[in-house]
Design a protein around this ligand. Structure first.
Ligand SMILES: Nc1ncnc2c1ncn2[C@@H]1O[C@H](COP(=O)(O)OP(=O)(O)OP(=O)(O)O)[C@@H](O)[C@H]1O
Ligand SMILES: [Mg+2]
Length: 387
């Protein structure tokens, strides 16, 4: 049987009149706040999208000024008015920024304002707002993950380079030191020569110390992990820490009781804690407070590929010093990065901490705000042995 084409029928019922069609359209949109403002910026209409995104019902909002969607800072800066002026003068205004919901929470909005003209008369504005908070937050998380991966790769590369160099230098300096010691024995009759050779020996030994710190950063140190009670180790170091600090620096301890025993290399752990305390001391030329804290922690190693949380113990050193500028916070762990004068610091303290923590199966991190002090954390795994 032949199909007979039905003639296109004019829609009947609610869709028959244009104004109703338009209202139904706006009422069905819930992902966009679409509404009208009068020429002075007062809300004239409101749709369910506006209600969903901003939390206001039509009764709450119609007749009030649209600047209430803006943060107090933006209102003070005249942003709402500027948006309307730009739309009127340029024919359109679009922007992205933080806006307020009825309950006071903030969302990241993508906003478009179009002027509505009837002939030469401006009768109001059409405003479309979209909530893009999730997208912005996802982008931010992605950027952070990329940055921390890049940093981890960079530290890994510097570590490998350092390790190769430090090994070679250590061997070379070993030869130099042995030869100098032999020479010292032979020339004991000549005091001037002896002094020169002793100076050379001291310099070579200092060089050997530096290369050992570099080996630690490159995770090439021979660690001898043994069971240690972290709190006891800290208390045994307390005297040395106090002697390293002037009187205007107060040392405080907050040691969690009942911490599990750690399998760690004692001398490296002691060096790490002392390095942290000395850094804090140097950051407080006018005095202040250093808080040494131990805690249990259940956390994952940030740079690890598999992010399983594990039992750790954390020792942290917090100070009330200068703090570290945001842009330097990752660089400070790199070997030879120092802001101290020549002869005051070699930039190997935090590298030692970084390498030791990693080689022990943990990690080092820091929290700092310029002017508000710094906290350096060393997380060490419970019950595991170092590589
Ligand atoms: N607690 C802290 N407060 C402020 N800045 C710090 C702190 N700890 C480290 N820094 C910054 O990080 C840099 C690197 O520290 P790191 O311990 O690696 O080297 P250094 O202290 O300069 O020298 P070294 O420890 O080898 O004597 C320091 O020069 C300093 O700028
Ligand atoms: Mg240091």
């Amino acid at each position: 049987m032949d199909q007979v084409d039905e003639p296109m029928l004019e829609p009947r019922g609610p869709l028959s009149d244009e104004a109703t069609q338009f209202r139904l359209l706006l009422d069905s949109v819930t992902d966009y706040a679409i509404y009208m403002l009068d020429p002075d910026g007062y809300v004239k209409t409101w749709n369910p999208g506006g209600q969903r995104i901003k939390g206001y019902s039509p009764q709450d909002i119609v007749g009030t000024h649209f600047s209430r969607f803006y943060t107090p800072e933006d209102v003070a800066a005249g942003l709402p008015q500027r948006g309307l002026e730009a739309a009127r003068n340029d024919g359109r205004f679009s922007a992205e920024g933080w806006r307020l919901r009825k309950d006071g929470t903030r969302f990241f909005a993508s906003v478009v304002i179009d002027p509505i003209w009837v002939g030469d008369e401006l009768v109001g504005y059409a405003k479309v707002t979209r909530d893009i908070t999730e997208r912005v937050q996802a982008q931010q998380r992605l950027r952070e993950a990329e940055a921390s991966l890049l940093q981890a790769q960079k530290m890994e590369a510097i570590g490998k380079l350092t390790l190769g160099l430090a090994h070679d230098f250590n061997n070379l300096l070993g030869v130099v030191i042995n030869a100098l010691e032999l020479i010292t024995m032979r020339i004991s009759h000549d005091p001037r020569l002896t002094r020169n050779v002793e100076a050379a020996l001291r310099a070579a030994e200092r060089g050997a110390l530096l290369t050992r710190q570099l080996l630690t950063f490159g995770r090439g140190q021979n660690l001898t992990p043994q069971p240690h009670d972290l709190n006891r180790l800290i208390l045994e170091l307390a005297d040395l820490m106090r002697r390293s600090c002037p009187e205007n620096i107060e040392l405080r301890f907050d040691l969690a009781p009942g911490l599990p025993v750690l399998q760690v290399d004692r001398s490296q752990l002691e060096a790490a804690i002392l390095n942290m305390v000395i850094n804090s001391r140097d950051a407080m030329p006018d005095g202040g407070e250093i808080l040494i804290r131990t805690r249990r922690a259940h956390t994952a190693i940030p740079a690890a590929t598999e992010h399983a949380a594990q039992d750790m113990v954390c020792v942290s050193v917090q100070d009330t010093g200068t703090g570290i500028p945001q842009e330097l916070q990752q660089r400070v762990f790199e070997p030879f990065f120092t802001t101290k004068d020549i002869g005051k610091g070699s930039g190997l303290g935090l590298s030692q901490i970084f390498g030791f923590a990693l080689q022990s199966g943990g990690f080092a991190s820091l929290d700092s705000e310029p002017g508000n002090g710094t906290t350096v954390y060393v997380h060490l795994p419970v019950g595991s042995t170092s590589e």
